[in-house]
Design a protein around this ligand. Structure first.
Ligand code: ATP
Ligand code: MG
Length: 455
């Protein structure tokens, strides 16, 4: 399809998109809306002129178009939250030759409750027993603890703390550098509760929404509350009733709104802007930040009384460099998850574990998708990995100390993992090497070194 065809389309194509799906959206390669079906506009409660020319993240920061636009891969059955509803969507790349020129998202179920009803009918139709609640709940939340990959003590510890926090309905504050998996853990905490009762989990990025709009996003507004408030809008706190609200980048919230949030948390009720009716606060708050909130409190940029309210459970998510022993496992997982097809030479693994990873797992994932484009089906050397790392926007040269601790941790973990896989694979070295994401020579090399250590 050409760019022109994508933008103009034909009557039949629009008709098909309208009829075949609850909603459908096309964005161009920059992520700007090209087309929204009537169903999509209704779902977003927006008029065509309100959405025209906007980037998708301005309207729906949770949408996952960027993954398809960057990788050119389809995503099937991903959960997208639109106006507080969990929708099941497929996202497909639109290509002109080998170039990705846009993406098409089709909404299969605009409300997962519909899917729940369908699944509820399955046992009768197929004579199988289906655990309805669990099936849908798992679909309804994007992540569970199983998605947080890591077996190092630091990783196990953070998961255990999150599990503990999940058992209570008190506020949780996740603090950690960018790309460390805060979003996975926040979702997993919600999913843990969700296993019992299906509830909404609504995310809002405090830094992505201008301060004057954030208040109405959070608490909603009545019709006519301010210029531009043409309809009544239900806020995220109300939508997340009985469920969870994820406040991402909480450190970016302005002081005025911090005061309002504090009042709401203390009184456990709020009003929509311009409203008179009190709405009880029933959502559990999970906030996350990569800022040093204590420091911000000392500088007077964050209210310390709010900080204590938010941090009934304060959980520090470890950076990747402090759990470098997990890198081989992450490599294995990312290769499967992102369908990567290259193998790493032993020295490549060394380079990965010595690196400081300022962008953490996100950076690791990015580097891998770049390597996959360049070296699909090939072996990747340490120098190729090093070169790729140096191109990273986050690149920082390694220090002697990170090198030492990373190496010691890595070796023990890599050997343990190799032993376990060899055992499981009946000592098939080729299969084990494939699963570890390293070459056969590396496995032989590790076995030799391990033997030498034992002697
Ligand atoms: N422990 C992990 N296991 C598997 N994947 C992970 C892990 N941690 C992070 N990732 C991956 O890294 C990327 C970033 O993770 P996530 O969005 O959860 O980070 P974050 O801490 O919320 O970052 P930010 O502060 O920038 O919002 C995602 O692609 C996620 O899947
Ligand atoms: Mg995040």
């Amino acid at each position: 399809m050409t760019e022109q065809q994508m933008r103009t389309r034909g009557g039949v194509m629009d008709e098909l998109l309208e009829k075949a799906f609850d909603a459908a959206v096309i964005v161009d390669r920059e992520g700007r809306f090209v087309y929204n079906t009537k169903g999509s506009l209704a779902l977003r409660r927006m008029a065509p002129e309100e959405i025209a020319g906007k980037y998708y993240w301005e309207v729906n920061p949770d949408a996952k178009f960027h993954t398809t636009l960057e990788s050119g891969r389809s995503q099937l059955g991903v959960v997208d939250v639109v106006e507080g509803r969990k929708c099941l969507v497929n996202i497909f790349p639109i290509c002109c030759g080998s170039q990705v020129i846009g993406a098409l998202s089709t909404v299969l179920f605009k409300n997962l409750t519909n899917l729940k009803q369908i699944i509820a009918k399955l046992p009768d139709a197929y004579g199988v027993e289906v655990d309805n609640y669990n099936t849908v709940s798992r679909l309804a939340t994007s992540y569970t603890f199983a998605d947080y990959i890591g077996e190092s003590p630091a990783a196990r510890d953070v998961v255990q703390q999150c599990r503990l926090a999940a058992q209570s309905m008190r506020s949780v504050l996740l603090i950690g550098e960018t790309g460390t998996g805060k979003e996975i853990l926040a979702n997993a905490i919600h999913a843990e509760v969700n296993r019992r009762v299906w509830t909404h989990c609504i995310k809002i990025n405090c830094s992505a929404i201008p301060d004057n709009l954030l208040e109405s996003e959070l608490f909603g507004h009545e019709k006519g509350a301010f210029t531009g408030a043409q309809t009544t809008k239900i806020g995220k706190f109300e939508l997340a009733s009985n469920g969870s609200i994820l406040l991402d980048e909480i450190g970016e919230m302005d002081l005025r709104l911090q005061s309002k949030l504090l009042r709401v948390l203390e009184e456990k009720e709020f009003e929509r802007i311009g409203g008179t009716r009190l709405v009880p606060l029933k959502a559990r708050l999970i906030s996350s930040t990569n800022a040093n909130l204590r420091q911000l409190c000392r500088e007077g940029k964050f209210r310390s009384d709010l900080y204590y309210r938010l941090a009934a459970f304060e959980i520090h998510v470890p950076p990747l460099r402090s759990r470098a022993a997990d890198i081989p496992l992450l490599v294995e997982n990312l290769k499967q998850r992102d369908q990567l097809a290259f193998t790493l030479e032993e020295n490549a693994m060394n380079v990965l574990t010595k690196y400081r990873w300022p962008g953490n797992v996100r950076e690791l994932r990015n580097i891998f998708s770049r390597l996959d484009i360049k070296y699909r089906g090939q072996q990747v050397s340490g120098s190729a990995v090093q070169w790729e790392l140096e191109q990273s926007i986050d690149y920082e040269p390694p220090t002697a100390q990170t090198q030492q601790t990373a190496m010691a941790g890595l070796q023990a973990a890599a050997y343990a993992r190799m032993d376990a896989l060899l055992e499981r694979n009946g000592h098939n070295v080729a299969k084990t090497a494939r699963e570890l994401g390293v070459s056969r020579a590396t496995v032989y090399n590790w076995l030799k070194k391990q033997k030498n250590c034992k002697v």
